[in-house]
Structure formats: C-alpha cells, structure tokens
Design a protein around this ligand. Structure first.
Ligand SMILES: Nc1ncnc2c1ncn2[C@@H]1O[C@H](COP(=O)(O)OP(=O)(O)OP(=O)(O)O)[C@@H](O)[C@H]1O
Length: 242
C-alpha cells in the first residue's frame, strides 16, 4: 500500500491560543490527486489550508508530507519540502511585471534554473508569455489567478494549496481556472483547494472533503457526495426535485 503524499491527522488550528477554529480535521491527498475542501461559511476551511502552509499556528494533530513531519514548521520549510500555496487575495504583486512576479516565486534559484522554470511557466500558461513584460495589474481576473498559480509552481511543488482560486471570477473563467488545475493534477502535481463554486469544483476534482465547524463531516467522490440527498441539499446546493 502506498502512503498518501499528504496526511493531515486530527489537526487543531487557531488564531488565539485556547480558541481553536479548526478542532479536529483530517485530510489525505495522494500524488496527483485533486481534492476540494467544501463546507459552510466559517467552517474553518481557509484556516485549515493556511495551517498547512504554516501561516496559522497548529495545536493538536499532525501534518505529514512526503514522509516528513511538517507539523508546526515555518512556511519556508514547507515550501522547501514541496508544497506551494496560492492565497485568496493579494496573490500577485500588482505593480510588478508578470516576469518579475514569476521570478519572485523562486528568487533563490540560479539563473539557468530560473530561466528553465520561466519557460515551463510560459509553456503552461501561454497567455502569460505574451504579456511577460506587462504589469500584473493589467491582467484580467482569471489571468491574475493563472499568474498566482504559475508563481507557486516556480519551486516545482508536488502539492499546491489554493484558497478559493475562482473567487470573483465570471462563470466561464471559473471553468478555465479549474480546468487548468485539473490539467496540473493530471501532470502529477496534487491539488488541495478550498472552493465556494461547489458545482464547478465537483465537476473537476477527484474527491471532496466537507468540513463543518472545524471538523470533518463527510468525504467522497463527487458522484458519491451528489448521490447523497442530505449532503447534496445541505452542502452542495443541489436539491433533488421530486
Ligand atoms: N485572522 C483571523 N483572526 C481571528 N479569527 C479569524 C481570522 N481569520 C478567520 N478567522 C475566523 O475563523 C473562522 C473560520 O474562518 P475561515 O475563513 O477559516 O472559514 P471558511 O470555512 O474558509 O469560511 P468562508 O467559506 O466564509 O471563507 C471565522 O469565524 C473567522 O471569523
């Protein structure tokens, strides 16, 4: 039996000591798997993701990634271990060019490696290549998200965490961004994202985990979750008509 790439067990995360937001959440992600975290507003999904990125303190529980214990380690070590993080907002430097944004994602790399990674990014997202010298604030919302994703990929992570990557985007662009994440997962880079566009997320992911009040509620393939009438109505915004 192969171990999951990411195994989070019974994690507690908090902003204020003694006042957990995430009480007991467990999630596994396999290599190349695309997993969505769903749940009501305030369930602690973003907090959970930030805790995995080392941006929120953790209490009980553990985070194991690629055989390494990453519980409570600082963000730079998490990135070095092979995890990329794309925050929901302010995820690009608006005044900097696209190329400088990408370089900022991996500024410690030697020049030759950096150029290789830039080529990879432009190959993956051709729209960025065409505009490489323009400021990021000239990009559309969807292209900005692509840039934020491309920047997180500059360190060649094995897992990328994304906090609501389609927030505020038009429906067609939502699909475009999510399809690009599906392609990413297909290329072997695991994806764990928090998403509010439930139906669009379920159309592309392999599995979804539902968090409620900082704890696991249920999980399964999109098909299995949608087939459960109680879950579909309560969490997926899909009511069966009778
Ligand atoms: N920086 C912070 N300091 C203190 N409390 C916070 C902070 N950020 C979030 N919270 C609180 O943590 C709780 C969970 O928020 P979180 O954003 O993790 O939930 P969520 O499930 O992602 O919700 P949503 O779907 O609305 O984004 C909320 O009650 C929120 O007020």
């Amino acid at each position: 039996m192969t171990l999951p790439l990411l195994k989070v067990q019974n994690l507690e995360a908090f902003y204020i000591p003694g006042m957990p937001i995430v009480f007991d959440a467990s999630v596994k992600v396999d290599a190349g798997e695309f997993v969505t975290l769903l749940g009501p507003n305030g369930a602690g999904k973003s907090t959970f993701l930030k805790a995995l990125a080392g941006l929120v303190p953790v209490g009980e529980g553990g985070i194991c990634f690629d055989g390494q214990d990453l519980t409570g380690v600082p963000t730079h070590r998490i990135v070095a271990a092979g995890i990329g993080f794309v925050p929901q907002t302010e995820n690009v430097f608006a005044q900097l060019s696209i190329e400088h944004n990408l370089k900022a994602g991996a500024h410690t790399l030697p020049r030759a490696v950096m150029n290789e990674r830039l080529d990879e990014a432009y190959e993956r997202f051709p729209a960025l290549a065409e505009r490489r010298n323009q400021a990021a604030n000239a990009l559309s919302g969807g292209q900005r998200q692509m840039l934020a994703i491309a920047r997180a990929l500059m360190t060649r992570p094995r897992l990328i965490l994304l906090d609501e990557p389609t927030a505020g985007l038009a429906p067609l662009v939502v699909t475009e961004v999510l399809e690009s994440l599906k392609t990413l997962a297909g290329s072997g880079i695991a994806v764990l994202m928090v998403e509010q566009n439930v139906k669009a997320a379920l159309a592309v992911c392999d599995r979804a985990c539902i968090l409620v009040e900082g704890r696991n509620h249920s999980e399964g393939t999109p098909e299995a979750l949608m087939a459960d009438d109680g879950i579909a109505r309560a969490f997926l915004g899909i009511g069966k008509t009778t």
